[in-house]
Design a protein. Structure first.
Length: 286
């Protein structure tokens, strides 16, 4: 069993705000089997769990008809009916059962869960992991959004100012995904490199909830935590099956974020978003 003792960076991010010291945690880096009884959304989320971050989030069992309704809504334009928190109008279809709650403070953030071919990258090389994700997964999604009609119609379209060391500098509406006070749109940072965390190894046989399109002997499961919601513009534009976004129920923030990327975020319902805006909910069939 491969084990590594290192400071829990995810926990440190929270403790640093409160002035507390960090605590070393033992990490098991060996591939962890997914539970095929979980929803696909839960399999993706659990693959990114570590001792410093485990969400108190559970799948909801739905009867056949309600479960099928969820699939229909998540794979069609009808999902627009529930964007922005309008799920209450669809309780008869079983949507009410989708509501999940947790007390974990980081459930308010967007988390990008990425799977990196690791034949040439060591799991402790955070810089290489961060660079790979940003170059191969994040940058193509950002380019797609910038070229999209939804960006072009904004009063202040998003532009890339700089891409140095993987910390994107942008300008435009996304600089204030959630407007508080008087916003400034002339420039901001989208990602911080210290918010990239490696989790464990995986293989095509063990630890991946999907069949990877990029073939490798082993993979690194990593997570990028993004608390400012500026990267919400990427959600509809992920171009790979090797990265997914955990998106929490955003409450009042959903209205602001929906200005930038419609039909992708919900007031009360968390989801996992994948390639080309595919939406996966935390539901299973009874």
């Amino acid at each position: 069993m491969i084990k590594l003792l290192r400071t829990t960076i995810a926990t440190a991010a929270i403790l640093a705000l409160s002035g507390c010291a960090t605590t070393p945690i033992e990490y098991d880096l060996t591939p962890k089997a997914v539970n095929e009884n979980d929803s696909f959304a839960m399999q993706v989320l659990k693959s990114s769990y570590n001792p410093g971050l485990v969400f108190d989030l559970k799948d909801t069992e739905l009867p056949e008809d309600a479960y099928q309704n969820v699939l229909n809504y998540s794979t069609s334009s009808a999902v627009g009916l529930v964007a922005g928190g309008a799920l209450g109008a669809l309780k008869g279809l079983g949507w009410a059962a989708l509501f999940n709650s947790t007390s974990h403070p980081q459930l308010d953030y967007i988390h990008y869960i990425a799977y990196i071919p690791a034949d040439d990258i060591d799991i402790t090389d955070v810089d290489a992991i961060n660079t790979y994700i940003k170059k191969n997964y994040i940058y193509p999604a950002l380019e797609s959004y910038i070229a999209s009609d939804e960006n072009k119609k904004l009063e202040r379209p998003v532009e890339i100012l700089d891409y140095a060391n993987g910390e994107f500098q942008i300008k435009g509406e996304a600089c204030h995904a959630v407007q508080l006070g008087t916003p400034e749109y002339d420039g901001c940072q989208m990602f911080w490199n210290q918010n990239t965390f490696y989790i464990r190894y995986a293989t095509a046989e063990t630890g991946l909830p999907f069949t990877p399109s990029i073939k490798a002997n082993k993979y690194i499961v990593a997570r990028i935590m993004e608390p400012r919601l500026r990267s919400s513009i990427l959600l509809k534009h992920i171009k790979t099956d090797m990265m997914y976004a955990f998106v929490p129920g955003l409450g009042y923030k959903a209205d602001h974020v929906s200005r930038l990327t419609s039909n992708m975020v919900f007031r009360d319902t968390p989801s996992i978003i994948g390639k080309d805006g595919s939406i996966n909910f935390f539901v299973t069939k009874k």
